[in-house]
Write a protein that binds this ligand. Structure first.
Ligand code: TXA
Ligand code: MG
Length: 312
């Protein structure tokens, strides 16, 4: 039976009593909890089967609330002003160690914060009045859910409330950027692109050269986004019992295409949903057409490489 959506008031009540809530965002659905409640946060790690070394993102209603949690330098502030509300997460030194508890930060001295672009998510956080941690609502290692039904299927068993905000417009998780020790590094590509960030703050530190420990993203160390069927990328066509997720005109069955016209935004919005749909057909494998490397293509290729088992 499909699960009905709860009201915002009910979701706020559940958060306040240490329960978990499925929330919509513009990127992917999240499994949310009070960021300051260690027991609630522990329940998130438990529900997802997520290793505890992998910190969570604190979701806040506006930049002011973000600066109460984290210490922003002028470049962090410039990024926040340019891209919030929206699919950008900033990693900065932690200011408030209780509002976002140690477990949520995996014990780090930095904290990840973002102001989601989805109005319903912001309204919920505003009404709650405190930061809310929300990893993607999938079980650890699986593709992120981009529809209410997929989110409920993944972690609905652990949520005492769930909010249906429609399909996610962006479809890939937020861009994660660290601003630490005067350096800016891209930890996870997303729909706010490398090009857009560099236009604002200059050249990014290269991954792994970001100036020390803080610029690592622990979540990037594990296999991710993988459906059950093996994924083969940069594929010219389907082999044997594979389903081909095409990109651009003439690439396979249009029903399975990520974007028949070759549009990167459309492909991102469709990516995880198509991987899940293809997986349900129990194919021998999922093949995916080549995707351009620039702009949003960097994020799509990143997720596909991980789904195909190339980590790091
Ligand atoms: O779009 C999104 O960001 C979604 C929606 C629900 O907001 N959330 C999401 O959360 O993708 P999650 O937990 O699946 O990914 C968070 C990423 C992980 O790679 C984690 O390692 C990294 O952010 N991260 C969190 N805090 C960090 C920190 N202090 N330093 C470095 N990386 C951090
Ligand atoms: Mg995730």
């Amino acid at each position: 039976m499909p699960r009905a959506s709860d009201s915002d008031a009910e979701a706020v009540r559940v958060l306040g009593t240490g329960g978990l809530v499925i929330i919509p965002t513009e990127t992917v659905y999240g499994l949310a909890a009070d960021a300051g409640n260690a027991e609630a946060v522990a329940a998130i790690f438990e529900a997802k089967g997520r290793p505890r070394f992998n910190p969570l993102i604190a979701h806040v209603a506006d930049a002011m609330q973000a600066e109460a949690v984290a210490l922003f330098d002028p470049r962090a502030r410039a990024l926040a002003e340019a891209f919030w509300p929206g699919p950008l997460t900033l990693v900065a030194p932690v200011r408030d160690r209780t509002g976002v508890c140690d477990l949520a930060r995996a014990g780090l001295d930095s904290v990840a914060v973002r102001v989601p672009g989805h109005a319903r998510a912001r309204a919920l956080i505003s009404a709650f009045g405190r930061p809310v941690v929300a990893p993607s609502a999938n079980r650890s290692g699986r593709p992120s859910p981009t529809t209410f039904a997929d989110a409920v299927e993944e972690t609905g068993f652990a949520a005492r409330a769930a909010i249906n905000g429609g399909p996610c417009a962006v479809g890939v998780e937020s861009t994660v950027v660290s601003v630490l020790d005067g350096r800016v590094a891209l930890l996870r590509p997303g729909s706010v692109t490398r090009e857009e960030i560099e236009a604002l703050v200059g050249p990014l530190a290269r991954f792994g050269e970001g100036g020390g420990e803080g610029h690592r993203s622990p979540g990037r160390l594990t296999l991710h986004y993988a459906p059950d069927a093996p994924v083969r990328i940069e594929a010219a066509d389907a082999r044997g019992g594979e389903i081909l997720l095409g990109f651009g005109p003439g690439a396979g069955d249009p029903r399975w295409s990520l974007s028949p016209t070759g549009d990167l935004r459309e492909a991102a919005a469709n990516l995880f949903r198509r991987l899940r749909e293809a997986d349900r057909e129990r194919p021998t494998g999922i093949a995916v057409s080549p995707i351009p490397a620039h702009g949003l293509g960097e994020a799509i290729n990143d997720r596909l490489r991980r789904a195909a088992g190339y980590v790091g």
